[in-house]
Ligand binder design. Structure first.
Ligand SMILES: *[C@@H]1O[C@H](CO)[C@@H](O)[C@H](O)[C@H]1NC(C)=O
Ligand SMILES: *[C@@H]1O[C@H](CO)[C@@H](O)[C@H](O)[C@H]1NC(C)=O
Ligand SMILES: *[C@@H]1O[C@H](CO)[C@@H](O)[C@H](O)[C@H]1NC(C)=O
Ligand SMILES: *[C@@H]1O[C@H](CO)[C@@H](O)[C@H](O)[C@H]1NC(C)=O
Ligand SMILES: *[C@@H]1O[C@H](CO)[C@@H](O)[C@H](O)[C@H]1NC(C)=O
Length: 260
């Protein structure tokens, strides 16, 4: 019986040793490094470069270069106080454009159409919540060349009268330059008039998307990490007899180890 107690005491001592020894790891050396100066943000974005690698946006870029609007846009992008927000239709959007066509626009109208795709201010996607329902927003084309924005659950819808589309992806959005892809060419009433034909019937009815109900919390309750406990009491709850002496030794030795 005595040998059993000695074994248990030995085991408890071992336990105490490991418990006390593990936290005594050498403290991480404190190295005083000078805080590096934050790298200056790259202010200059070359729009031509950016539009030629993304997309494909080659049709829009061709119009921007042909009308020299690219220079106006680059100048606006260089203006870090205001910045620019540019809506860029993909090549497919120009290919799909049947009526009205851009083919017999005057040079000036084409220029205005290009400027109509830009806002003279940087807007992140979340900023459009503010513009939503705020009324017509001025574009770089000025005058009555305005766009309406509505934000529905994070999707930015753009309305020009002739065109109803949405931001389909963000190509670049770092203040001061935001470039968003749109699936349609934005057609202004100021060029094409207000005699807008009613929208063609949708090719196929889009089925209503059922609202996705929040999935019930799969996590069971009351099984948090606190439920498990590796208390050291497991080593001394086997026997109550003369454990107090052993415990004293454990405490003393643990303290001794901690001192080392
Ligand atoms: C912008 O990129 C285009 C195409 O790479 C290049 O021709 C032009 O010189 C660049 N502009 C500036 C100001 O660096
Ligand atoms: C924009 O800024 C770049 C870099 O500072 C400069 O090379 C370019 O000429 C500027 N372009 C315009 C149109 O202001
Ligand atoms: C464009 O030209 C077509 C004929 O090629 C003509 O029917 C149409 O009215 C013209 N559109 C405009 C806006 O001038
Ligand atoms: C959006 O609106 C809020 C309150 O109406 C305003 O505090 C915030 O500055 C606005 N943000 C922008 C980007 O206009
Ligand atoms: C934009 O919204 C205003 C109301 O805020 C409306 O009167 C106008 O017709 C809209 N314009 C277009 C082009 O949808």
């Amino acid at each position: 019986m005595n040998s059993v107690k000695i074994y248990i005491c030995f085991a408890a001592l071992l336990f105490a040793y490991t418990q006390a020894a593990t936290p005594v790891s050498p403290p991480a050396p404190i190295i005083l490094t000078p805080t590096p100066a934050p790298a200056p943000a790259p202010d200059y974005v070359n729009l031509t470069d950016l539009l030629s690698v993304a997309g494909p946006f080659s049709t829009f870029l061709k119009y921007l270069q042909q009308t020299k609007v690219i220079e106006t846009l680059q100048n606006q992008a260089n203006n870090t106080d205001e910045g620019i927000t540019l809506f860029v239709p993909k090549d497919k959007a120009f290919a799909n454009l049947k009526k009205p066509s851009l083919s017999n626009l005057t040079a000036d109208q084409l220029k205005q159409l290009c400027l109509f795709h830009a806002l003279p201010h940087y807007y992140s996607l979340s900023d459009f919540k503010n513009l939503s329902g705020s009324g017509p927003v001025n574009t770089l084309a000025g005058g009555s060349y305005t766009l309406n924005f509505t934000d529905s659950m994070g999707t930015v819808h753009i309305g020009s009268g002739w065109t109803n589309t949405e931001v389909s992806s963000s190509v670049h959005s770092t203040d001061p330059v935001a470039i968003y892809q749109v699936n349609k060419v934005l057609l202004p009433e100021a060029i094409f008039g207000t005699d807008i034909p009613p929208p063609a019937p949708a090719p196929a009815p889009v089925p209503d998307i059922a609202p996705v109900a929040d999935a019930p919390d799969a996590d069971g309750k009351g099984s948090g990490p606190g439920a498990r406990s590796t208390s050291p009491s497991s080593s001394n709850r086997i026997m109550g007899l003369s454990m107090s002496r052993c415990l004293m030794m454990v405490v003393v030795s643990a303290g001794f180890v901690a001192l080392l």
